[in-house]
Design a protein around this ligand. Sequence first.
Ligand code: GTP
Ligand code: MG
Length: 200
Amino acid sequence: MNITSAIFKCSSEKLSQVPADGLPEFAFIGRSNVGKSSLINMLTDKPSLAKVSSTPGKTRLINHFIINNEWYLVDLPGYGYARVARTVREKFSKLITDYVLRSDKMHFLFVLVDSRLEPQKIDLEFIDMLGRNGVPFGIVFTKTDKLSENQAISSMARYKRVLKGSWEELPIMFATSSEKKKGRDDILDFIGSCLAAEDA
Ligand code: GTP
Ligand code: MG
């Protein structure tokens, strides 16, 4: 998959505002600060397309970026930002759950997790919700530039072990670094194959 154009389309504060053109959407979600916006910039090779910040909670709306005039990359708000969040409903805002569970144009959801951390409860809860609802998703390990090659491999293996405790089939996984442009081809080729399967 080659990206020839990447243009900001719109920000939505509710599901009813997202583009209604029916084009396929590939979305990115994860905890605040995990690197969603950075990954979108890395994939599109446009360093300031999506707003990046070291302060968590930068992306508050659903942002659509149209790629090659044919499909969308979607930057979702981070979860786990609110300080008081006891129930799943409080943890994952209505905007997030509406989009991931009800958007019929979302072809695939990339769930980003920080490769440096052991599996986090909130991510496992989110993944669990996706699994129970049959949402197609994969896991993207971010910031692998902060780890050695071996540390990154064992971090992914640890994640697999934890998921195996609840799931028979493991989701597809990608090791990435937006800093080092690692994982770009893997993700873009994966999206390309999803789109090709759609056309077939
Ligand atoms: P919210 O919009 O607040 O939910 O955050 P986000 O998930 O979009 O994260 P964002 O892309 O804004 O990045 C958060 C911080 O992590 C920024 O300081 C980035 O520079 C840094 N960061 C993101 N990706 C990488 C990476 O691959 N390597 C390193 N070293 N830092 C990264
Ligand atoms: Mg962001």
